[in-house]
Design a protein around this ligand. Sequence first.
Ligand code: UDP
Ligand code: MG
Length: 325
Amino acid sequence: MKTVSLIIPCFNESDSLKQTYEAIKQVSEQSAAFSHEIIFVDDGSQDNTFSIMYDLAAKDECVKYITFTRNFGKEAAMLAGLKSASGDAVIIMDADLQHPPHMILDMLQAYEDGYHQVVAKRTRTNEKPLRKWLTKFYYKMINKLIDVELVDGIGDFRLLSRQAVDTLLRMPEYNRFSKGLFSWIGYEKKVIAYENQERVAGSSKWGFGKLLNYAIDGIISFNSKPLRLLIYMGIIITVLNMLYIGISFVQILLFGIDVPGYFTLISSVLFLGGVQLISIGILGEYVGRIFYEVKRRPEYVVEHTNVKREKAKHYTVKLPIGDKK
Ligand code: UDP
Ligand code: MG
């Protein structure tokens, strides 16, 4: 019998965790062809998320838990789950039932049909128009900027075959942007649509600021095109400046020095200052990322787990830089 591992990152999900567990359990028992394990990853929750997981694990041996020493973010939680999963297929889903568990059956069916990635696509029917518009704009922009294709409504809710998981785990980067990584590894994908769901309890952990940071991560972690863009912008601005200087110089020769001009002076100084600040910011982002990658810190620190060490060990060994093996 094949096994499916369900990975569920949880951050302060005590109000919804039990309900999610029960819903998943109900669905996964309907699939006779698969046995299942549920891996809850507690991403440094401050409520009693961990004790709920612990109790579930005591009652049900399919339940595995991993807890972090602090909040390391959903990316780290997903990675910890992927490293510990032992299944032939892995499904990543949220703890708030926004990812409807009945999709698990469709995903497993598609996996049996031979797909390595089965992706659930959310329709944005219940969302606020501003958020809808911003997301649309972001995807349009990001797809121009990066090499891999991102699709709106497609997130982390997906099934990955063992082969796809192993490929993902071969990417040792510290700054993980999973949406991009999932697309980068390729493999034939099947997309299944589902209706947008409201959270069962609690509130979203993504405020506007966090989303904006995530959006910037997406652009920066995939290539260095923004740096190229800066060079183009620099060239254009320099050419315009030279034209302006040339024209002013001819004007001065012909008509003498003009006292006004204060406005043009100030506006060009301000504009250039802005462009420079943006450029330095972008450069800084890349340097910061290199800094983190070079340090080779672990992506997260585990405090408690009932996952057998051996399984995870295989992947946590990091090869030294330059080792091609
Ligand atoms: N999550 C996490 N660490 C974080 C933030 C969120 O593990 O720092 C988990 C959260 O518990 C949930 C999933 O990631 O299972 C998605 O989070 P949320 O529902 O807040 O995001 P949204 O659905 O609004 O995009
Ligand atoms: Mg949610």
